[in-house]
Design a protein around this ligand. Structure first.
Ligand code: SF4
Ligand code: SF4
Length: 182
């Protein structure tokens, strides 16, 4: 998929169109608790997109490191829905096959969503087990910590389930469908 097509796709979305009104004040980056870990903090990411560098934006770790704290959105003088745009970028990156530099991030998100979809509630050990199927070396590296947490009763082996997991499963299926359709 060429960059122009991706850019058109990005700016088709009403939330993403608001990036055009970004005044590059940097309030979002200054408010973001994960900015130091991101390849491009939000202000820089939007500058890249407006310069047509959507490919770089889609391959960056920035959307994957966003923890949806919404501090940027609370403070943006242009009321740009930064966190919502991060979700859109993640959807686009998956659809376009643009893996971030750390290709593990989408796998972790999938493991989390799969567990939520199955049980309606997340169980850390199950999320890590799903993730470890693809990244066994990470599992080995974290095993000592996991065993300590288990010994102190801080991790559950039995899955946490809501009373009606099928309702959450239907919700996650609908969200995935909407994500792939949009
Ligand atoms: S706070 Fe809003 S206007 Fe300022 S750089 Fe961030 S997105 Fe742009
Ligand atoms: S919502 Fe995401 S981008 Fe915005 S401040 Fe929080 S972590 Fe950073």
């Amino acid at each position: 998929m060429d960059d122009q097509h991706l850019l058109d796709q990005f700016f088709t979305h009403p939330d993403c169109r608001k990036v055009r009104s970004c005044i590059q004040c940097g309030t979002c980056s200054g408010s973001c608790p994960l900015a130091a870990e991101m390849d491009h903090a939000p202000r820089e990411l939007f500058a890249l997109i407006r310069d047509g560098e959507i490919d770089i934006a889609l391959r960056s770790n920035t959307p994957w490191y966003c923890v949806s704290c919404y501090q940027c959105m609370d403070r943006c003088p242009q009321e740009i829905p930064v966190a919502d745009i991060m979700y859109r970028l993640k959807q686009m990156a998956i659809a376009a096959g643009c893996q971030p530099r750390s290709h593990k991030l989408p796998d972790f998100y999938r493991a989390f969503a799969d567990d939520m979809g199955r049980n309606g509630r997340m169980t850390e050990t199950h999320v890590m087990a799903r993730y470890s199927l693809k990244h066994p070396m990470d599992a080995a590296a974290n095993m000592a910590t996991a065993l300590k947490l288990l010994a102190r009763g801080r991790l559950d082996l039995i899955p946490n389930r809501t009373h009606h997991p099928a309702q959450i499963a239907a919700l996650t299926t609908m969200c995935r469908k909407r994500g792939s359709d949009s």
